[in-house]
Write a protein that binds this ligand. Structure first.
Ligand SMILES: Nc1ncnc2c1ncn2[C@@H]1O[C@H](COP(=O)(O)OP(=O)(O)O)[C@@H](O)[C@H]1O
Ligand SMILES: [Mg+2]
Length: 418
């Protein structure tokens, strides 16, 4: 029986608050798990950016990565470490790099999800590359944008095929607006998507491994109020459907950490944006949902590190496609079938057992931590980075207050066990 240490690396950019909380709660957890004859502890460290020899071993067992989608040196280091050193990383970097919103729409349409009618357009403008003129002259078809608009129907949304962060998204109410938006889209490769309109509810489902969390989303509210504080805004059946939808997407694409946006119209939930494999993790937007996220990251990363969960390097879509090909299976049954594959891939049962056996103290430790000055100063640090100086105190107090009301509702507040 040896004492063994597994190392978790945090590959970070602008993140401030969640790493501070993650590190401090991990320290207080003092993980010591009897595992296959050893006693396993965990160390966490921030991954630095530096030149690397491709044959130099990586020292981490698990990396929580927030850079792959834009910082290529880190992304390639992660790929090397998966291929050569057995690293487990959230999220699969090849998948993050290759699966744009477009692929996610196509694949989930094929699985039967009620994605609104969506078209892709060739761009309005181009880089003047040498092959451009012969290619377009020979093959680009003139098209009638107005006719495409009337086939999709108004209102609709024009948005980049590889979108994120509301960049380049416009709501289009009629043909004149469609033509204007296309003129303005420049070199962007755009989708046109029928609006789910009117919708009566908008939900974001955050997935982290087999864990999911639903948040009612208010897209027109100020940034700090978009994640609403409402609870019980969906029925149990709807919650199960949104969870199955999110787990399916996340397992399909190898995204352990991703969020799915869905809008409800006439009782049907339409997923509209679910290629978000670096989801918002900041106190300034998540507020009362932030403790859930930090705990979920801790549970899943500790589980992956202790059990040395192997990284799924390739996607393996065939089992999902096999269910999609079943004749006459109702959609809800299909979705349950996909989600079962997802639960197996995310080792949902084993994970629950692991948490119950080895991380039973996490809720209590986190609950206490989120009432400390250390937590508040982590919140303040993020607020300071985002808000003008004269608003720092006000918004620190706002987010702190919301987390304290979350704390007051937890079993620990009543002196009970979770
Ligand atoms: N089909 C749609 N129906 C209704 N609203 C939409 C639709 N597509 C986008 N939106 C609105 O536009 C916002 C941004 O679009 P989204 O696809 O989420 O892009 P991004 O990847 O930039 O977040 C959504 O949060 C939603 O408010
Ligand atoms: Mg979105």
């Amino acid at each position: 029986m040896a004492n063994v240490t597994r190392r978790i690396g945090l590959s970070l950019g602008a993140d401030i608050c969640w790493p501070l909380c993650y590190e401090q709660i991990l320290g207080k957890l003092a993980v010591s798990v009897p595992w296959q004859g050893d006693t396993v502890g965990i160390e966490v460290e921030r991954v630095t950016i530096e030149p690397f020899d491709l044959r130099q071993a990586a020292k981490y067992d698990v990396v929580l990565d927030r850079l792959t989608h834009w910082y290529h040196t880190s992304r390639e280091w992660i790929k090397k470490a998966i291929l050569m050193d057995g690293l487990y990383v959230l999220n699969n970097p090849w998948s993050v790099q290759a699966m744009e919103k477009h692929t996610s729409y196509c694949a989930m349409m094929h699985l039967g999800m009620p994605i609104p009618e969506t078209w892709m357009l060739p761009p309005k403008a181009y880089e003047p590359l040498p092959d451009l003129a012969p290619t377009l002259t020979r093959y680009a078809q003139l098209f009638d944008l107005g006719e495409i608009g009337s086939r999709i129907g108004y209102p609709m949304f024009m948005k980049p095929y590889d979108g994120g962060g509301w960049r380049g998204v416009s709501r289009v109410n009629d043909e004149a607006a469609l033509r204007r938006s296309y003129e303005d889209s420049g070199k962007g490769v755009m989708h046109l998507q029928a609006a789910v309109d009117p919708f009566d509810s908008f939900v974001r489902c955050i997935g982290l491994g087999p864990q999911t969390h639903l948040v009612k989303y208010l897209p027109d509210a100020a940034l700090h109020d978009r994640y609403s504080q409402e609870r019980d805004f969906v029925s149990a059946d709807e919650a199960a459907l949104l969870r199955d939808t999110t787990l399916t997407i996340n397992a399909f694409f190898g995204w352990d950490f991703n969020s799915c946006e869905a809008l409800r119209k006439a009782g049907t939930w339409h997923p509209i944006d679910f290629a978000n494999p670096c989801p918002d993790s900041q106190i300034t937007s998540l507020h009362r949902h932030f403790p859930w996220l930090v705990k979920a990251k801790l549970r899943w990363s500790i589980f992956c590190a202790v059990t040395q969960r192997p990284m799924r390097k390739t996607m393996d879509w065939d089992p999902f496609y096999a269910i999609a090909a079943e004749p006459d299976m109702p959609y809800r049954e299909r979705l349950r079938g996909y989600a079962k594959i997802a639960e197996a891939r995310f080792e949902a049962v084993r994970f629950e057992e692991f948490c119950a056996t080895h991380l039973a103290h996490l809720d209590e430790v986190a609950w206490e931590f989120f009432g400390t000055d250390a937590a508040k100063s982590a919140f303040r640090a993020k607020v300071t980075a985002l808000f003008p100086a004269h608003e720092v105190e006000q918004f620190t107090e706002l987010f702190w207050g919301r987390v304290q009301s979350w704390r007051a509702e937890q079993p620990q507040a009543k002196g009970g066990r979770p």
